[in-house]
Design a protein around this ligand. Structure first.
Ligand SMILES: NC(=O)c1ccc[n+]([C@@H]2O[C@H](COP(=O)([O-])OP(=O)(O)OC[C@H]3O[C@@H](n4cnc5c(N)ncnc54)[C@H](OP(=O)(O)O)[C@@H]3O)[C@@H](O)[C@H]2O)c1
Ligand SMILES: *[C@@H]1O[C@H](CO)[C@@H](O)[C@H](O)[C@H]1NC(C)=O
Ligand SMILES: *[C@@H]1O[C@H](CO)[C@@H](O)[C@H](O)[C@H]1NC(C)=O
Length: 341
């Protein structure tokens, strides 16, 4: 465990910190002096034919409870996920002390006219007096009714994020889905630097350049959609799947499962993966990765799967001036409810 921790810490300027939170994952120290667990639970339920999935009764509450019992100490939610109440219920009922839990929520893209007000609403739904981390969910913005794009400079939004931190409503602040040039512009024009960038990172989307930039600037990178297309049924999504011979051989050699290898790869790169599951057994499986270490050669083998392919590719927003990703010729239809044009 000790050697392993040294290895992970060496990827970040921020040092590993031995906070006794009773959890399974070690913590990193962030650029604002606070600490963050190196592993967490995602809670976004995704889409079905009708649009964004609504949580069933207790679905997310149970997942968070199982996660806390299994040694997770970081929970990732967002106003846009419409499940903060259920996260709050789990936080209220658990025996794990609040100060040992790292709660993350996000400012939705239609809430940017009043950031502190939006955070207070999230806190009400979470039944909390603070969150550990508040993120700008996306540099793109919409009007409050989500009927149209709105152009709000993320530097202005950031000023209010700083106010939220100064008020103690968010212990740390950061951003999500920002690209390198947006990160640079933010870094050069802020009073308080972002502590975290949450972006997609997985086997197909290694994000070497963005991760290198953030680690050099002492910004922790949270890896969302850490499984990429590993479990995908979409034939157009690139390999590998869970039955990939390279992954299976590797997993067998370490006595671990393929999902565990994939998550360990991200932690070994100094990232904070936040895999989502609503199944108890998978929630337990996913965090059971802190008892082995991939060799440099095996990390290189896994690195070869990179294709710069995004699972989360909201090209339907690409005409917004702050759209962070590469533009495409045929943007996809918007799966979210409410038309954005
Ligand atoms: N900031 C952003 O814009 C943004 C965007 C996307 C995601 N996120 C965050 O990142 C979290 C994770 O990303 P994600 O939900 O997109 O994808 P993910 O965590 O990579 O994959 C989730 C999928 O994998 C399945 N799964 C999980 N563990 C498994 C296992 N051990 N074996 C087999 N299947 C397993 C889950 O199914 P079951 O649940 O049925 O087990 C679910 O279908 C989100 O929940 C959210 O909190 C943030
Ligand atoms: C909020 O949490 C407190 C305990 O911290 C509890 O007494 C109260 O009932 C909760 N409120 C709601 C709305 O869940
Ligand atoms: C980053 O985002 C800006 C919008 O703020 C955009 O103009 C630029 O093209 C993006 N960079 C990349 C590499 O996509």
């Amino acid at each position: 465990m000790f050697l392993w921790v040294i290895l992970v810490a060496s990827f970040l300027k921020s040092s590993y910190c031995d906070d006794m939170d009773g959890g399974k994952a070690p913590r990193f120290r962030m650029n604002d002096g606070k600490t963050i667990p190196t592993f967490g639970l995602g809670t976004f339920l995704g889409f079905d034919e009708k649009g964004q999935k609504e949580a069933e009764e207790n679905e997310v509450e149970n997942a968070v409870t199982w996660a806390l019992d299994a040694g997770y100490r970081l929970i990732d939610t967002a106003a846009a996920y419409r499940n903060e109440e259920q996260v709050g219920q789990a936080l209220m009922k658990t025996k794990v002390p609040r100060e040992h839990i790292f709660v993350v929520t996000k400012l939705a893209s239609n809430e940017k006219r009043d950031v502190v007000g939006a955070l207070r609403k999230s806190l009400e739904r979470l039944n909390q007096s603070y969150v550990d981390l508040y993120l700008i969910h996306n540099p793109v913005s919409f009007t409050p009714d989500e009927s149209a794009f709105e152009v709000i400079d993320y530097l202005d939004t950031w000023k209010e994020m700083e106010e939220a931190k100064n008020l103690g409503l968010a212990k740390s602040i950061g951003v999500s889905n920002f690209n390198i040039s947006q990160m640079e512009r933010l870094m050069q024009n802020c009073k308080i630097r972002p502590s975290v960038l949450q972006v997609e990172v997985n086997l197909n989307l290694a994000q070497y350049e963005l991760v290198r930039y953030c680690h050099r600037e002492n910004v922790v990178v949270m890896a969302y959609s850490p499984f990429g297309s590993l479990f995908s049924h979409d034939a157009s999504a690139p390999a590998p799947r869970t039955d990939d011979p390279v992954l299976v051989e590797l997993a067998e050699r370490y006595g671990k499962t393929v999902p565990q290898m994939v998550l360990n790869n991200l932690v070994s790169r100094g990232l904070v993966p936040i895999p989502k599951s609503v199944h108890k057994q998978r929630i337990e499986e996913n965090i059971d990765i802190f008892d082995f270490r991939l060799t440099t050669m095996d990390l290189e083998t896994l690195g070869k799967f990179n294709k710069d392919y995004r699972v989360v590719n909201p090209s339907f927003w690409q005409d917004h001036p702050y759209y962070p990703f590469e533009k495409v010729d045929n943007p996809k239809p918007d799966p979210f409810k409410g038309k954005k044009e």
